[in-house]
Write a protein that binds this ligand. Structure first.
Ligand code: ADP
Ligand code: ADP
Length: 230
């Protein structure tokens, strides 16, 4: 079965047609790179897949839930349970230490503080940054901060991780280490990744690649031919 199935998504901002008929399947455990020029609709697609933006037309299913059949609270709950997010930078809460940042998704999901701290600590260890636990975001290197963000995105074991230019603010060595950490952990957990990037070296870590141009998929296989169309 698929983790995400999108069909014929259209989405405009005023006169700008950001998505013009995108269909896409994401399979369990796979890493899908979404490439394409700036302004082509990649971020909008990611937000539509995650239920952050509601498309003007078309459908998105996450697991067995159709987003169009949910109200906003239900969509937010689904996102909290099923989706993790990593952005380019600046996503950690500056007034919380690394460990406390990583506990947030668990606390939001109702996990007790003591257990949340234990699981967050384990997640920092998995990412080889246990020594960063008590540091504030401003005291971390760019690569360390991205690892903390990855720990936070994966700690609640989402079905799918959305990563929007996760290496965009890193030098090439830190970018490589970040992608290795991200893909190792996702593979270990069976988490699918939708990876938006315009960096070919980052995209090289994906299993499959599609290119978005002018709000449409212009290259790559977005829907596998074996798909049953449901
Ligand atoms: P990409 O991620 O590929 O750079 P985006 O999805 O961010 O592209 O943007 C696609 C198009 O939609 C661009 O023309 C962009 O300017 C426009 N756009 C994106 N978000 C908004 C918004 N919130 N309001 C108005 N226009 C937007
Ligand atoms: P990316 O680098 O991922 O394409 P952008 O820097 O284009 O992201 O956009 C950052 C944020 O600003 C996104 O949430 C996007 O929806 C919004 N945005 C992009 N273009 C516009 C626009 N023309 N008007 C308003 N908001 C926009």
């Amino acid at each position: 079965d698929v983790v995400i199935r999108a069909r014929d998504l259209h989405l405009s901002f005023g006169q700008t047609q950001a998505l013009r008929g995108i269909s896409l399947d994401v399979y369990p455990g796979e890493i899908l790179a979404v490439m394409g020029p700036s302004g082509s609709g990649k971020s909008t697609l990611l937000h539509a897949l995650a239920g952050v933006l509601v498309p003007d037309a078309g459908t998105v299913r996450i697991g067995n839930r159709m987003l169009g059949e949910l109200d906003q609270t239900e969509r937010d709950d689904l996102r909290l349970r099923e989706c993790g997010f990593v952005f380019q930078s600046g996503q950690l809460l500056p007034d919380l230490g690394a460990l406390d940042n990583v506990t947030i998704p668990l606390l939001l999901a109702g996990v007790k503080r003591r257990e949340a701290l234990a699981r967050a600590r384990f997640e920092l260890e998995r990412l080889d940054i246990a020594e960063c636990a008590t540091r504030y975001p401003a005291e971390l290197s760019g690569g360390q901060a991205q690892r903390v963000a990855i720990a936070r995105a994966l700690v609640a074991r989402p079905r799918v991780l959305f990563a929007d230019e996760p290496t965009g603010a890193l030098d090439s060595l830190a970018a490589e280490h970040t992608m290795i950490a991200l893909t190792d952990l996702a593979r270990a957990d069976g988490t699918a990744i939708v990876l938006v990037t315009h960096d070919a070296r980052t995209a090289a870590y994906a299993d499959r690649e599609i290119i978005v141009r002018d709000g449409k998929i212009s290259a790559g296989i977005a829907v596998l031919p074996t798909s049953d169309g449901t």
